[in-house]
Structures are given as C-alpha cells and as structure tokens.
Design a protein around this ligand. Structure first.
Ligand SMILES: C[S@@+](CC[C@H](N)C(=O)[O-])C[C@H]1O[C@@H](n2cnc3c(N)ncnc32)[C@H](O)[C@@H]1O
Length: 286
C-alpha cells in the first residue's frame, strides 16, 4: 500500500481570457496590469513593456507567443517560455482544461473530463456531491477516486477527516500543478496511490461516517461498480452511515440501465438506497 506525499508545485498559469486582458492592456500602452496567475485564486501585478509581459519570476514573454494560446488551454510560464499543461503518458493524453477565467479547471484524460462541465463548473459539481452527503464537522470520509481532489478538499473544509485513493499517478501529477488542488497536502487528508479495490478491503470495518464514490464511467472502471466492491464499502461504513455514488445524469436509456444495476447490487450488499441527487445515488447502511 502506498501513501502518497502530495507536493504542490508553484507555477505561473494563464488561460486565454487572461491573455486577452494582457493584449488589451498592451494595446492601451499600460505599464502594468493586475491579473490572476493561479487560475483565479489570487491577483498579481505584471509589468508591460514594448518587449511584452514581464512576469513575477522575471520571465519576459512576447505577446505573439502568448497569443497562440487557445480557449480551454491552461499554460504555464517558465523561464520565458509558455507550455501547455498537458502530457502523454501510458498511451493517454492528460490536459488541464480551463472552463473560463478564474474557475477551477477540470482534468481531461484522452478527451474525457472528470467533472460535469455542462451548465455547471467543476468546483460546483464537486460541491453538490459533497452537499448531497451532508458532511459534518469531525466526520470520517472515504473519497474514492481522488482526481483533482475537489471533493476531498471541500469535505476537508467542512471539518471532515478525509481518506482518499487514486490509482493513477499522472492524475496526481496534474493535481500538484493545479492551484485549486493544493489543499490536498492538508494534514487531515490522507492520500493513497492505489487501486481502491485493493485498498478498501484493508480498511477497518464500521469506520467511516460517509463514503463519496466518484468513479470513472462504468466502461473504464467496472470493478468499482461490482457487488464485491459494494460489499467492501458496506463493511467499512458505520451503521447509519451514508454513501454517495456518482452515476451520471440519468436520461439516456443506457444510463437508466446502469442506475438500475447499481441500485440492485447496492441493495444486495445490504444498503438501503434512498434517492437520486447530484447525478448520484444516496444509500444508507441500516
Ligand atoms: C471522476 S474522477 C474523481 C474526481 C474527484 N472527485 C474530484 O473532485 O476531483 C475519478 C478518479 O478515479 C480514479 N480511478 C479510476 N479507477 C480507480 C481505482 N480502481 N482506484 C482508485 N482510483 C481510481 C481516476 O483516475 C480518476 O482520477
């Protein structure tokens, strides 16, 4: 079992909308402008001159280079260069996807984004999932599928002690660059780099007050939708504890079938399924 030491990385990050602000300011011959260099969490002043933009690390970047950024890109400024926050690893393409200025990004893995982004922001998506669980101060929470850590961080901010598990080291690498994920380093968030199907059987029984299960879609992680996995979730949850299980927005015929299958297996594992909320199922251990 591998505990993961999360190491936030400081970086200067830009999105297309920020470049548009810089472009306007340069056009108006301003000497400086306040923009966000951390995807909206704080504002910093950058200097402008005829060569381009002078960033706080001393990097000078020409407008023509910045202007190549496309909507949706998250780019890092480093030593006078601009790099898209994206990479290939193990046959997959990982990229941080900006959903607007001053917003928490999502992570796209080979074209699939890990939060809902239609008519909702990634942060709001995570907030709704945590709210559905009614987390309380001092609760012990198991958050399965750390991703960018938004659900873990929101639960932690609500006073929970969080245990979270992620199978993919490249996802955590991205989280280390994303300022919205940096609170994953908090002492009350216990992060494991492991397959949840291996970790959960090792956890003590009747231990967690709440479980937030936010798996990838069924086709990508069938194991996390299996009766034997639900048996383990049931075992580690306290009697009276709640499970939130993301299933996606029902509507499509195939999704309805999935939801019916999840409900059936949860009941077989001993859960009482309660209702559907925040595109997920709430279930309770009697
Ligand atoms: C939908 S994302 C979770 C998003 C997260 N709740 C957040 O707020 O950022 C699902 C995550 O589960 C991870 N995952 C997939 N299979 C897993 C497994 N067997 N064990 C642990 N994590 C897994 C994926 O790599 C992905 O990062």
């Amino acid at each position: 079992m591998k505990r993961y030491t999360f190491r936030p990385k400081a970086a200067i990050l830009l999105v297309r909308e920020t470049v548009d602000v810089l472009k306007r300011a340069l056009g108006e011959k301003k000497a400086n402008v306040k923009i966000s260099l951390d995807l909206g969490l704080t504002k910093s002043e950058v200097k402008l001159n005829e060569s381009g933009v002078v960033f706080p690390d001393g990097s000078i970047v020409e407008l023509e280079i910045l202007d190549k950024m496309k909507t949706g890109d998250v780019c890092m400024v480093k030593e006078g260069n601009v790099f898209k926050v994206a990479f290939y690893a193990n046959g997959r393409y990982y990229r941080l996807l900006a959903v607007g200025p001053d917003r928490a990004p999502t992570l796209e893995v080979s074209g699939i984004h890990m939060h809902r982004i239609e008519n909702i922001t990634p942060w709001r998506d995570a907030l709704e999932k945590v709210r559905a669980l009614r987390v309380f101060d001092g609760a012990r929470i198991l958050d399965i599928g750390t991703g960018l850590g938004y659900t873990s961080i929101i639960a932690y901010r609500q006073g929970a002690e969080v245990t979270t598990v992620e199978i993919d080291p490249h996802v955590l690498e991205m989280a280390e660059v994303n300022p919205w994920s940096h609170e994953l380093a908090a002492p009350h968030i216990h992060l494991w780099l492991e397959n949840a199907a291996t970790l959960v059987p090792e956890l003590p029984k009747n231990h967690f007050h709440r479980i937030l299960h936010d798996p990838p879609r069924f086709a990508l992680a069938g194991e996390l939708y299996s009766k034997s996995f639900y048996d383990e979730l049931f075992r580690v949850l306290k009697p009276g504890g709640w499970l939130y299980h993301y299933v996606g927005d029902p509507g499509k015929w195939r999704r309805k079938k999935l939801v019916a299958g999840v409900n059936k297996r949860l009941k077989e594992a001993g859960f009482e399924t309660k209702k559907q909320v925040a595109a997920g199922i709430i279930a309770r251990k009697p």
